[in-house]
Ligand binder design. Structure first.
Ligand code: SF4
Length: 310
């Protein structure tokens, strides 16, 4: 229940759920519809379906008794490697370390693991397992999770309070906040394009982007494609057909914007058209004064302020 959901939101559901289905046999014998009804409002309904399917499997294939090994648990519906390790350690005292994000951070700092995530995961798993005590694996895991959540935090870890500080390689070097290492984001090649800023009296020519894809359905100043290595002339050739436009005026400078996957550079061309000029198909005029009410993405706000600038 706690996946993606806070303890506060889960509390009342958890109590009602356990009051109605106090053990795995009760849940395995329940109607899926009833389980889903009880879950209503908590969201992520696949959790309820998996929980029910898991109880049914435990009841039918394991005589109502949970498998007590990691491998056995992994075969149950809805239980992945992390959950299997967590149940095996916490419920069955198996010598295994369930590695969550907190344990990942603590381990990469303690051992100064240079390899970046996610490639480092197998190494983290092996080194985290060396932190298990001789018994009570569940307690070791929960202690490390709590250490990560409260002391070895992503920013400004409270190392002076940390019971492991004397053995911490990253602390010794003073670079603990740089762990875990993360692979640098791959940014794509610079894309270039043009935006056509057409004014008719107090109106600006705009259109809506296609519903699917980048900035889907949002409003934009008409423009060319955004392509890597595109020359200005190629972009200019994609200007909208407007009878009244004799020539496009190129604004000085460019608008730059960085999307998650690529940086963009736009040249802005401006033109003024006579009153009553009709908008080309798929485009429309909006009063410049009401642009704030349009779904203009940041990159287009930059284009508008560049186009309006002297
Ligand atoms: S000494 Fe600091 S960086 Fe190292 S494990 Fe403890 S809190 Fe984390």
């Amino acid at each position: 229940m706690l996946q993606q959901t806070t303890v506060k939101a889960v509390g009342p559901y958890f109590e009602k759920f356990l009051a109605r289905w106090p053990d795995v046999s009760a849940l395995g014998g329940a109607d899926l519809e009833d389980v889903l009804r009880m879950w209503a409002g908590l969201g992520y309904y696949s959790r309820a379906r998996n929980l029910h399917a898991c109880a049914v499997t435990v009841l039918r294939e394991h005589g109502g008794v949970f498998p007590d090994t990691e491998e056995g648990l992994r075969k149950l519906p809805g239980i992945g490697p992390y959950t299997a390790a967590a149940i095996a350690a916490i419920a069955f005292d198996r010598q295994t370390m369930p590695v969550d994000g907190n344990i990942e951070r603590v381990t990469t700092r303690l051992f100064r693991i240079e390899e970046a995530l996610p490639q480092a995961k197998p190494q983290i798993q092996v080194l985290a397992a060396t932190l298990l005590g001789p018994s009570r694996a569940g307690d070791s895991a929960q202690a490390l999770m709590d250490l990560g959540a409260t002391i070895c935090t992503p920013k400004k870890p409270a190392c002076s309070l940390c019971p492991l500080n004397e053995d911490c390689a990253a602390r010794e070097r003073g670079d603990q906040e740089t762990f875990p290492r993360k692979a640098a984001k791959k940014t794509g090649a610079l894309r270039r394009g043009a935006a056509f800023f057409v004014v008719r009296g107090d109106d600006l020519l705009v259109r809506s982007r296609p519903a699917k894809g980048l900035l889907g359905g949002m409003t934009e100043v008409p423009g060319s494609d955004w392509l890597a290595g595109q020359e200005d002339e190629e972009a200019l050739a994609q200007a909208p057909e407007l009878g009244g436009v004799k020539r496009w005026h190129r604004k000085l400078g460019v608008v730059t914007h960085v999307f998650t996957h690529f940086p963009l550079e736009l040249v802005v061309y401006t033109a003024k058209v006579p009153a009553r000029t009709r908008a080309p198909d798929g485009m429309r005029w909006v009063p410049i004064a009401t642009l704030d009410g349009e779904a203009l993405p940041n990159v287009m706000r930059k284009v508008v302020s560049h186009g309006l600038g002297e």
